[in-house]
Design a protein around this ligand. Sequence first.
Ligand SMILES: *Cc1c(COP(=O)(O)O)cnc(C)c1O
Length: 237
Amino acid sequence: NDIAARRGLFLIDDACHALGGSFHGRPVGSLAGLNTFSFHPVKHITTGEGGLVTTDDPSLASRMRLFRNHGIDSDHYQRELEGSWEYNMTDLGYNYRLTDLQCALGLSQLKKLNKWVMRRRAIASRYDAAFQNTDLVRPLAVGEGVDHAYHLYIVRVPGDARGKIFRGLRAEGIGVNVHYRPVHLHPFYRQRFGTGPGLCPNAEHAYEEIITLPVFPAMTDDMVDEVIEAVKRIVRE
Ligand SMILES: *Cc1c(COP(=O)(O)O)cnc(C)c1O
């Protein structure tokens, strides 16, 4: 926000990982001019597919409503209420509507979001505590004022062993993963913008060392401990 204000930029927050998180007490979703969330099945809450944008700017909100509705400035509910058949297409738009069924699914899960985020935080603290005194597994630091939503729980392991550690944990039936390959290493960006290795050395270095451990609200303490033991054992080996 500071950089955007200084440079006269408009800030859009890809907040897909942070639903339920906050920064110095301000909920994610209220931090930037536009804030986007995904309800893809892997996210905190899901509507199957689809997502949500938040803004405190009424003119942007109405433009988005227009855009998702073929550029038409009223929907059939409004026309029904007004007893009118007329509508105006005032701009070029498309069909980006979530279905009512998806919305019902999302709203019912929204009620459970706080409970689920609390459970994710408890799992993350259990991992943090367990790895605190091991020098081979390093949890990621959390910035000051951040209430993390823990879409993912990521640790750093020695880069030259990451592949072996990944395969070892998968062989134990533990669903580890790697998030993410830096954007500038993807073929599209390389070809279109000429990016590649060396452009973002810190991101590239971090990418070699990261591994994502399981975290989901239904995960029990016993399951967390099982992961902790397996990680410690396999990293030591
Ligand atoms: C999931 C995700 C997206 C993509 O969301 P879609 O619903 O597939 O559009 C974008 N950014 C981040 C950070 C995500 O986690």
